[in-house]
Write a protein that binds this ligand. Sequence first.
Ligand SMILES: NC(=O)c1ccc[n+]([C@@H]2O[C@H](COP(=O)([O-])OP(=O)(O)OC[C@H]3O[C@@H](n4cnc5c(N)ncnc54)[C@H](O)[C@@H]3O)[C@@H](O)[C@H]2O)c1
Ligand SMILES: [Zn+2]
Ligand SMILES: [Zn+2]
Length: 372
Amino acid sequence: MTLTTKAAVLTAPGKPFEIVELDLDEPREGEVLIKYTAAGLCHSDLHLTDGDLPPRYPIVGGHEGSGIIEAVGPGVTKVQPGDHVVCSFIPNCGTCRYCSTGRQNLCDMGATILEGSMPDGTFRFHSGKDDFGAMCMLGTFSERATISQHSVVKVDDWLPLDKAVLVGCGVPSGWGTSVYAGGVRAGDTVVIYGIGGLGINAVQGAVSAGAKYVVVVDPVAMKRDAALKFGATHAFADAQEAATKVNELTWGQGADQALILVGTVDEEVVSNATAVVGKGGTVVITGLADPAKLTVHVSGTDLTLNQKTIKGSLFGSANPQYDIVKLLRLYDQGQLKLDELVTTTYTLDQVNEGYQDLRDGKNLRGVIIHGE
Ligand SMILES: NC(=O)c1ccc[n+]([C@@H]2O[C@H](COP(=O)([O-])OP(=O)(O)OC[C@H]3O[C@@H](n4cnc5c(N)ncnc54)[C@H](O)[C@@H]3O)[C@@H](O)[C@H]2O)c1
Ligand SMILES: [Zn+2]
Ligand SMILES: [Zn+2]
């Protein structure tokens, strides 16, 4: 039996999402049929729209998702129909070299996340003779999808899926940038560049780790106000003003961490971040840009003499299977804000409107609520 689903797809770089009806295959061995309940509007899908990140077209957008399992294929042991799940934009197979060494965010099964195919190269969305990929093997801008059991994490069924959805990408990617990749510790001074759906969670992570000063930089006033409400201690529109303040706050020692979560990373923000950390400091690059662009141009001698580290981080260097559950339990205990992250909700048909609001600096996070 072939199912059908409404989905928002990209067919070429520079073109907005189009809403189309697609055929959907039933789950095969190790796969599940999911009815998505909500999908977050992360900036990474905007990189696909803008052609910064080149996927295989056509592709169903969306990689931040929550939903309910409707059916399972043969051999599925992780979930059963009716289970509430949050999707992980990186699958975790549990047995590859990376999963088995506590680095599920680097799971080998994630090799096709931009290709949008299953690991064996086949597709589950179709229209006529055309195969449609699924962003990050998920395609959450669809009412339903057939995905790997390794892409879902079962969550407590009393949690609101329209908020829990953000723990599929933005929350762990931001929170983990501070806590795991940055290694923020009590008493540290942290500078965070870019307060969007990720950066605001880097603020939450730095605050929960006990940072003394959390200094944020974002040109948009609403983002700076939000950061201060989430516990940042100082907020600036301009990186130089932030650097002057950090110098004053640390008596010239510099920051311990500089975390880059801007919409599109460039040479300037990487250079500013590298300059703002002091001896032994760590710069984390979590934001993306066109992979062909060289964005790191700093003095190697500065790194050597001051023993600075510049590193990248995927999924906040977190383990999806463990950290999605952990972060949701922090929310349940009132120790992590999720409700306050959702600025506006949209229908699937309004996906382009939602992304325009993101471009216009109106949203911390926009969320699509899928209909019945
Ligand atoms: N590494 C990962 O695992 C991972 C996961 C998800 C998203 N991302 C990437 O992280 C980045 C952030 O995603 P998001 O959804 O939070 O985006 P967003 O659009 O919600 O937020 C980006 C913020 O950066 C601000 N900004 C832009 N230029 C700036 C600058 N020069 N200095 C300071 N602030 C600046 C914007 O005003 C905005 O508030 C994107 O590049 C996204 O693709 C990475
Ligand atoms: Zn994302
Ligand atoms: Zn793996």
